[in-house]
Design a protein around this ligand. Sequence first.
Ligand SMILES: [Zn+2]
Length: 339
Amino acid sequence: MFGARCRRLGLAIVMGVGMAVAVGQPFHLPTRNQALFETGGAARYFAPTAVGDWTSGLYGCVRSNGGQFHEGIDILHEHTNRQGEPTDPVFATADGRVAYVSSNPSLSNYGIYIIVEHQVDGIEIHSIYAHLSAVEPGLRVGARVRAGQALGTMGRTANTRSTISKERAHLHFELAIRLSDRFTAWQKERYKGQRNDHGEFNGRNFLGLDPIDVFREQAARQSHFNLATMMRGQAELCRVLVRKTNLAILQRLGPLVERNPRAEREGTAGYELALNYAGVPCRIVPRAPSEIAGRKDGDVLSVNEKELREHRCRDLVTRSGKGWQLARSGTQLLDLLTY
Ligand SMILES: [Zn+2]
């Protein structure tokens, strides 16, 4: 199970020894730090939070005693200048196109950050590189980048009151799905008066996968790695029904949409979304009107209780009488997906 894998991650990383990312595979590590693939290297790879150990730099329910979600990984610096500031270059994780550059560190808890859009195995995925000290000169939105190409320099930028110390300087790295094409309008309507300095590239319009899962699966499967297959294989937390058909993720996650002959015959009235514990879709099933008669938009069709017990930081679903209903983050996620 996914949860068990999380707890065994230290071991899993050791198992990754000798399976460093090879040519011909889509994803490269985003810095020169290779300790991820070295025995006992995790403490040299992941940056801890101010109060935690290296496991707080992992993805998932790793903070506040399991109650807080970290949507990416924090990769520790290896090199500093005389002032003790990190100097590690940051590289594009895969071939892609620069989608967004935020150069004003005061506008985000990500500080200076870059988002690159990738098409991998029919999946549109974005990589996010945060807390940079500088963006590579001349790098502009729209520019094509190759895997391994320098994007900028690691730093400690953020607009939060608590700062990142020199010892903990790191790259916050995400591999994320973009949820909506209408985030700006959605936020304006749902959160009246709240600032949005980043338009469609606001962090809340992205939902991260576990990058370590991706790197590890790629190392294990070598040239047989397929991102869509990996995503379909994730443990499901729940299945929910949306009675709408205009979801932007249908295009972005095309290979996750399953065939349903009945919906092909009768037409599609909605979609059943299988979500992992973070809310990332694993499978998308078109449903015919006759299959979902009497069902409401947002109905929770099933819940994997073991998965829910093991990951309790996301608040996607909650008990309701004998059944289940969407909880606060689940409702918000579905609202944004279908807006
Ligand atoms: Zn982080």
